[in-house]
Design a protein around this ligand. Structure first.
Ligand code: UDP
Length: 337
């Protein structure tokens, strides 16, 4: 089956409007997907319960006749009358402090929510993409995580509600494809950052930037030797759209393989923001993965995708965005004097 939205974004002359449902469309990644796919001329149905997403993220699209918003939890089955061609399941709190607030709900969102969306995809004959995660690898024992690695997740720990929920969702996607022929796609999303992250999201890039701009200490959990690999949001959205358009039904890692220690990141943010904030070391949360770096060989082979935005460039965008968002230009200048 040809994907017309993909053809359009990759140089074809043809343009045909399709209807795309984005569950979690009010969130950080979801709202960037809404923006891109709406901009390509598609009709977007955004579903969000605004647990961690925000109405502000979708405010620019509300007046657009091609955009509609359903305020609903995906744990409740969706009743959609019109045809739907594609579904992106981006619905779940993604930062550890948020998803740990109500762990049972997190688990149910990932399992019941995914099943409800798969049932909808089956009824509508829609293609469906799951936002899975590098967290399915848990605390990885190998430095470069390839899709064939089965992971190292603690089933009885504070991250299990998210990790195990996402793992079960991958199984649901696989079975719906095997049993019912539903066109499933699974993206294993590695740490992603960019504009529209909530200042209180709790993840490391937004925390450090907000702390630096507000003159607060940068809080490193543990000694900062743990690593992460950070992908800018535009690269992530491009990878997700390409995966949706591809024929790949097995999981695909999408992330930026440039790896940094958390201490490195803190120092880069200090330097870039010219902050006087100091680094403060606090306790490491239980089960915090020691290392994380995606092998993106499969994404390169099947999606012809690789990230384009370096951490250096991406942080500049994000810092500029947070300066506007938080304190405005005048106070920002005062901070660096
Ligand atoms: N982290 C930190 N300070 C913060 C927030 C996070 O040192 O203010 C650490 C956290 O312990 C982890 C890494 O940064 O080792 C990435 O955390 P994040 O919550 O962004 O993502 P995840 O752990 O899900 O990869």
């Amino acid at each position: 089956m040809k994907d017309l939205a993909f053809e359009e974004s990759h140089g074809s002359q043809r343009r045909e409007r399709i209807t795309i449902l984005i569950a979690g469309g009010g969130g950080f990644l979801g709202s960037h997907l809404c923006e891109k796919l709406l901009g390509e001329g598609n009709r977007i149905i955004c579903v969000d319960n605004f647990q961690t997403g925000s109405r502000r993220n979708v405010a620019p699209f509300i007046e657009n006749p091609d955009f509609s918003l359903i305020e609903q939890d995906v744990c409740i089955p969706l009743k959609i009358k019109e045809p739907v061609n594609q579904i992106y399941n981006m619905a779940c709190a993604a930062s550890p402090p948020s998803y740990q607030q109500n762990p049972i709900h997190t688990l149910m969102t990932n399992i019941i929510g995914a099943k409800n969306l798969l049932d909808l995809a089956r009824r509508k004959g829609a293609r469906i993409l799951q936002s899975s995660t590098s967290e399915i690898y848990g605390d990885p024992e190998i430095p470069l995580q390839v899709e064939s690695y089965n992971g190292n997740v603690n089933t009885c720990g504070p991250r299990a509600c998210y990790d195990e929920g996402k793992r079960a969702a991958e199984t649901l996607f696989w079975e719906y494809n095997e049993l019912y022929g539903v066109q499933t796609r699974v993206a294993r999303i590695f740490n992603t950052y960019g504009p529209r992250m909530h200042p209180k999201d709790g993840r490391v890039v937004s925390n450090f930037i907000v702390q630096a701009l507000e003159g607060e200490n940068l809080t490193i959990y543990g000694d900062g030797s743990q690593t992460r690999s950070f992908c800018f949001v535009s690269d992530m959205v491009d990878g997700l759209v390409r995966l949706m358009a591809s024929n790949e039904t097995m999981p695909v890692n999408i992330g930026n393989p440039d790896e940094f220690t958390i201490l490195d990141l803190a120092k880069i943010v200090q330097r870039k923001t010219l902050t006087r904030s100091r680094i403060e070391f606090t306790s490491l949360p239980k089960d915090d993965p020691r290392q994380r770096r995606p092998d993106i060989g499969r994404a390169a082979a099947v999606l012809d995708w690789a990230p384009k935005v370096s951490l250096d460039e991406g942080l500049d965008h994000m810092i500029a965005w947070f300066r506007e968002e938080l304190i405005g230009p005048r106070l920002t200048d005062a901070l660096v004097q």
